[in-house]
Design a protein around this ligand. Structure first.
Ligand SMILES: *Cc1c(COP(=O)(O)O)cnc(C)c1O
Length: 480
């Protein structure tokens, strides 16, 4: 390596000094790159890099050092590393929302991860009856345990809860009427709207009651020979309070049964056990809903249930059988990886004593505030150091949310780090926070928090203890 004088500009090279693609590929330094990425990718990367260097030479900006062998190898190597990084990246979720839809909702416990690995790498009895050697039914892999956990007669699993609702409506209410309270015409995340899904499924929505109050007589008056079902939808992401009334499942069942109409409930989150035993807010369980008389219940696998993305329909055997015969079931069914992950998650519910420790979602939701606080205080010095003196960091109490439409108004006492820009006010302060947010997103494992009240909030609830060290060590790479 040549010593360069830092005070003078670097010596320049001309385009004629740029080596050929072949010469570069034959450099001994390129052997490891060729072994790792193969000739096709390395050749393309070299060609692209040399084109860039030629453009620099034309502009009179090509430094001699840039065409030295070691530098060519380093630049092309970096380009290949960047280009081969997967688009789906692991992140740190410090947003304070535990079940964050945009960040992939529930994290799977180790039992599920192992089962998925096995399903990916070995053939399995996905649709193969080990008893008879004949064809099996993939739903049967989770049927027994879901019956046990919910008290339902039968079960089917599809891609997500939106698919579950869609399939249920198409199979049971096509060209018929579905009666829903005006207080329950939910929109979830923009794309799932009860009236729209109903229309696409070919069912006719009959709205009854008013936004804040619906009575049994409203449903009773709407039932006629074209009615297929009375449907209740969980108000997942909003709450109606004040002068309100709605009709519970038991009352709907009483109305519907003698008239031969089904009662269905879209529960959204599939809560399988009473969450109040862990100090969490009360949420109707699937079992209670079935016991009160729902003929079918639909719910997500990756919300409060804590499993993989899927939609689960449980309920009366005759109705589930009609749903499974619908051709859309084949189009909406789940793959083996989903079923592989779902079964071990459901099995964790058989030992409720250990659930808060073993089910990742519940572990995160029930982390004691004192533990989160101690963690925030441990992280503070490293973060303050990485932010130099441009931002101040304080450990403060805050509230997390469950997320994914579960219990929208309830908040969990938490703790975390609050970052404020120094020596700035108003617009400049806002820009400084945006810059910081962006820098955190550009870390090797991107960090996401939330901006509120002129500060960037990093809620530590979802940073598990075993990930603390890697969180701290990558802070050195923070580039403000
Ligand atoms: C979340 C939710 C859905 C959609 O479920 P996905 O699993 O996201 O498809 C439908 N209905 C209700 C009430 C919900 O809360």
């Amino acid at each position: 390596m040549r010593a360069t004088n830092p005070l003078s500009s670097p010596p320049l090279a001309s385009a004629s000094g740029i080596p050929s693609v072949d010469r570069v590929l034959n450099l001994p330094q390129f052997k490891p790159l060729l072994a790792q990425y193969g000739r096709t990718q390395v050749t393309a990367a070299v060609r692209k890099h040399l084109d860039g260097l030629r453009a620099q030479a034309v502009a009179g900006k090509l430094a001699v050092i840039d065409i030295e062998d070691f530098q060519l190898c380093a630049s092309v190597g970096q380009q290949l590393t960047d280009a081969s990084r997967l688009h789906l990246r692991a992140m740190f979720n410090l947003s304070g929302t535990v079940l964050h839809t945009n960040l992939g909702r529930a994290l799977l416990p180790d039992e599920a991860v192992q089962a998925v690995v096995s399903a990916m790498t070995s053939p399995g009895n996905l649709e193969f009856d080990l008893e008879t050697g004949g064809r099996g039914d993939r739903d049967s892999l989770v049927e027994d345990i879901l019956r046990e956990l919910t008290g339902a007669e039968a079960v089917t699993v599809v891609n997500n809860n939106a698919a579950a609702v869609f399939l249920m409506l198409n199979a049971l209410a096509q060209k018929k009427e579905v009666i829903v309270s005006r207080g329950e015409l939910v929109e979830i995340g923009g794309a799932f709207r009860v009236p729209d899904i109903m229309q696409r499924a070919g069912a006719k929505l009959v709205e009854v009651g008013s936004t804040n109050r619906t009575h049994p007589a409203d449903y009773a008056n709407a039932i006629n020979s074209r009615s297929a079902m009375l449907m209740k939808v969980h108000c997942s992401n909003y709450a109606i309070s004040g002068f309100t009334s709605s009709v519970d499942v038991a009352a709907l069942a009483e109305l519907a049964r003698p008239r031969g109409v089904a009662v269905t409930v879209d529960l959204g989150s599939g809560t399988l056990l009473d969450l109040t035993q862990w100090g969490l807010p009360n949420e109707a369980t699937v079992r209670e809903t079935i016991r009160q008389g729902a003929d079918l219940v639909t719910f997500s696998g990756d919300k409060l249930l804590g499993g993989p993305q899927c939609g689960i329909i449980v309920g009366r055997a005759d109705l589930i059988s009609r749903i499974k015969k619908n051709p859309l079931k084949r189009a909406l069914r789940v793959g083996k990886l989903t079923l592989a992950a779902l079964e071990p998650v459901l099995r964790l519910y058989l030992a409720p004593e250990f659930l808060a420790e073993r089910l990742t979602t519940l572990r995160l939701l029930t982390r004691p505030q004192a533990q989160i606080r101690a963690q925030a205080e441990r992280l503070l010095p490293a973060l303050q150091k990485a932010l130099e003196n441009r931002y101040t960091v304080a450990a403060e109490a805050m509230f997390s949310q469950i997320g994914s439409g579960a219990l929208p108004v309830d908040q969990l006492p938490s703790h975390g780090l609050v970052l404020r820009a120094d020596n700035a006010d108003g617009k400049r302060h806002g820009r400084a926070l945006d810059r910081l947010e962006r820098a955190l997103r550009q870390l090797p494992r991107p960090v996401v928090g939330r901006i509120a009240n002129d500060a960037l909030w990093l809620d530590c609830r979802c940073l598990e203890q075993h990930e603390e060290a890697s969180f701290i060590s990558q802070l050195q790479e923070l580039s403000l």
